[in-house]
Design a protein around this ligand. Structure first.
Ligand code: F0G
Length: 458
């Protein structure tokens, strides 16, 4: 008999999860204005809102926390973190920040000005927020195949080189840099190939433009390169990461994902001019250069987390769990962004709730239905998250409308995944009866999905 696959860890500490009744959930959701961000965590049974800061640290990470150096300046913890980052990425200058968006804020404060254009592959919402709040424009140059959720392709996160070239040729004077998000979260946790990274770097160089990687899930991206791209199957994840970062001038990092810490982030680069400019902003917004919004103990945990999560077995365990959920959905015929992404499954809401018009936010409605069904909290990555066009103020309905089921690292077992799949099947089976969605009662001007207040229609 073939020995089955099992996790690359065993469990040493546990936390109870809470069930609830449908009546309770109906009441709670109403109180939360039909926005799952406004639910209390204790009202959630299985929380797939995000994989960000929700992972379980290892015993080695907890041990490293005890050795944290909390010195204001020059802490050993900073140097441990910096040395690990340098080893993995090749970047010598490291500026800590309290999380990924803070890294964006600090770096973009020095690189961006009003009217600029920043091409990239499906900028994440905070990235887009930090661009648009500076009255600059995020130009999406993702490959078109990313929009076809049913198409199987290995690298649906890629930048469309022709689109990028056109944008660079037409607007090079107002493009300060190109940004590549690895993996491409918004397009479904889809990876970017090494070949694509290489081509983006070459094209940007031709136009004398720098490249920044939004690196939140770079290790998962490296895993996919190893598994799917010719020439990489015998390379280690760390070798692949080193090569990936050769094609970037700088990185912003949300360490809450692939460094498996609950809070933290950084900027890293080999450009001294960028570092020198950014460090001034870093001190103003985040804190002194050797802690930037992080505790010494957190920097220690980050160093260990990065080291662990750039090992093949750790990534394999994680991504196989995401694939496990995908296999269940295949069994039930539920449409999702194919193939399974690195950190999440993204259910195609308009293909599921076919009777809910786009103006009534199908993915949000699916999020609501799944919560009501079994207390599972997913997250809308769709028309609400897309915000309004900054100029016309119209809703942006041109992208995908997805329910994201993000799987925290090392937190749930496949039994929990079975519950998620069964609950989603129940919603799917009664999809014909869901004919209405929600309407917006109140919304913020930017990044509205976090705080939006909604009401069910009908
Ligand atoms: N870039 C990407 C690709 C992200 O996915 C995120 C966060 C950020 C930047 C910002 O990092 O949260 O540390 O400030 N994504 C989380 C998510 C929130 O749920 O996908 P942060």
């Amino acid at each position: 008999m073939e020995i089955p696959f099992a996790e690359s860890y065993k469990i040493k500490m546990v936390e109870p999860v809470r069930k609830s009744t449908r009546e309770q959930r109906e009441q709670w959701l109403k109180e939360a204005h039909y926005n799952v961000f406004q639910l209390k965590a204790e009202q959630v049974y299985i929380d797939l809102l995000t994989d960000s800061g929700t992972g379980a640290m290892s015993d080695r990470q907890w041990a490293a926390m005890m050795l944290g150096d909390e010195s204001y300046a020059g802490a050993t913890s900073f140097y441990k973190m910096k040395d690990t980052i340098t080893q993995i990425t090749g970047f010598e200058y490291v500026l800590p920040t309290h999380q990924g968006r803070a890294a964006e804020n600090v770096l973009f404060s020095v690189l961006l000005k009003e009217g600029d254009r920043v091409p990239g592959n499906s900028h994440f919402d905070t990235t887009k927020g930090h661009i648009e709040s500076r009255r600059a424009f995020a130009i999406d140059c993702t490959v078109d195949i990313a929009k076809d959720t049913q198409l199987e392709a290995p690298f649906k996160g890629n930048v469309d080189i022709a689109k990028l070239e056109k944008e660079l040729a037409e607007n090079h004077a107002i493009i300060p840099f190109v940004i590549v998000t690895v993996t491409n979260n918004t397009a479904g946790g889809q990876p970017v190939s090494m070949r694509n990274l290489r081509e983006v770097a070459a094209l940007s160089k031709k136009f004398n433009k720098k490249v920044v990687f939004d690196s939140a899930r770079f290790a998962e991206n490296a895993y996919f390169i190893k598994m799917r791209e010719e020439g990489y199957k015998d390379k280690s994840i760390k070798e692949i990461c080193r090569e990936m970062f050769q094609y970037a001038d700088a990185m912003t990092m949300s360490a809450k994902k692939d460094a498996i810490v609950n809070m933290g982030g950084f900027i890293a680069t080999n450009r001294q001019d960028w570092y020198d400019a950014a460090k001034v902003k870093g001190i103003v917004y985040e804190g002194y250069l050797t802690y930037g919004g992080m505790n010494g103990r957190d920097m220690n945990a980050l160093a260990v987390g990065l080291e662990e999560n750039t090992e093949f077995e750790t990534l394999e365990t994680r991504i196989k769990q995401v694939e496990y959920l995908a296999q269940k959905l295949d069994e039930y015929g539920i449409p999702y962004q194919r193939p399974a992404g690195g950190h999440a499954i993204f259910v195609d809401a308009p293909k599921t709730l076919t009777h809910v018009p786009k103006e009534e936010f199908p993915a949000q409605m699916l999020t609501i239905e799944l919560y009501l069904e079994a207390g599972i909290r997913g997250c809308e990555i769709g028309y609400l998250l897309a915000d309004r066009d900054p100029i016309t103020r119209e809703n942006r309905f041109d992208g995908l409308d997805l329910l994201r089921l993000a799987i925290p690292r090392r937190v749930y077992t496949n039994n929990h995944i079975d519950v998620v799949a069964a609950a989603l099947k129940n919603v799917f089976d009664r999809r014909e009866s869901v004919t209405h969605g929600v309407k917006i009662v109140w919304e913020a001007e930017l990044m509205r999905h976090f705080t939006v207040e909604l009401e069910p229609i009908g």
